[in-house]
Design a protein around this ligand. Structure first.
Ligand code: AP5
Ligand code: MG
Length: 219
């Protein structure tokens, strides 16, 4: 099962991908997490990506497209994967199609997590993230048991640099201009299903799984 999670910054793509990965036993591939890991370890890719990420704009396609193509060839993706934060524009969507074609595979479903702007701002301003496993918390709505420490792996949690007010505005604009057109792109291919992203995390996971199952039964 090869799934794409679409949604604005803060919609819950990372939170839901982690839940889905556990439930469906397929890996989460988050381009944002992979890029941040590269920034932290100061790789060549990380050094190039950082200037774009700090501004809240997309990292050039040529840097992310090969990164994803390589990752989906890994053995743990053989039975499926969840793409979180990729594709982010139509050229990226076309590139993943070509890669999957070459592997005799396809995208089985695209889930759009829908959350209004006011709630997105509320979520992003209070978000804290685990440095090691990437688990997301929120200073009010989803606090870790021990302050500053990840419930899942015990590592330190921090505020992402791109969660500042100014950068969040830029990210939301980039989403509207470059990523939102993918909704029509995948609707035209009968792959897109919109899910209400407001509510309990597990309740939303259940709705996503139901939508995926329904899509599968229709094909
Ligand atoms: P990326 O890391 O992908 O960031 P994003 O798309 O802006 O999305 P976020 O990670 O901010 O939000 P999310 O939807 O994962 O929400 P989360 O689950 O954390 O990308 C960062 C940057 O990397 C980009 O700006 C770009 O520069 C670059 N990049 C990445 N991919 C790229 C690509 N393909 N091409 C080019 N550049 C790329 O949840 C948010 C908060 O809400 C958390 O606090 C969480 O606890 C809380 N929350 C979640 N669900 C709920 C709920 N149901 N109720 C209440 N609170 C909730
Ligand atoms: Mg995320």
């Amino acid at each position: 099962m090869n799934i794409i999670l679409l949604g604005a910054p803060g919609a819950g793509k990372g939170t839901q991908s982690k839940n889905l990965s556990e439930r469906l036993k397929i890996p989460q591939i988050s381009t944002g997490d992979i890029l941040r890991a590269n920034v932290r370890s100061k790789t060549q890719l990380g050094q190039k990506a950082k200037e774009y990420m700090d501004k809240g704009v997309l990292v050039p396609d040529e840097l992310v497209v090969n990164m994803v193509a390589d990752r989906i060839k890994d053995a743990d993706c053989a039975t499926g994967f969840i793409l979180d934060g990729f594709p982010r524009n139509i050229p990226q969507a076309k590139s993943i199609e070509t890669t999957l074609d070459g592997m005799n595979k396809k995208i089985d479903g695209v889930i759009g997590i829908v959350v209004d702007r006011k709630e997105l701002l509320r979520r992003l301003s209070g978000r804290r993230v685990c440095k090691k496993c990437g688990a997301s918390y929120h200073v009010i709505f989803n606090t870790p048991i021990n302050i500053g420490m990840c419930d899942k792996c015990g590592s330190e949690i921090y505020q992402r640099e791109d969660d500042s007010e100014e950068t969040v505005e830029a990210r939301l604009k980039v989403y509207e201009q470059e990523t939102a057109p993918l909704i029509d792109y995948y609707t035209n291919r009968d792959l897109y299903r919109a899910i209400d992203g407001i509510g309990g995390v597990d309740q939303i996971t259940n709705a996503i799984i139901e939508a995926i199952d329904k899509g599968n039964n229709n094909t």
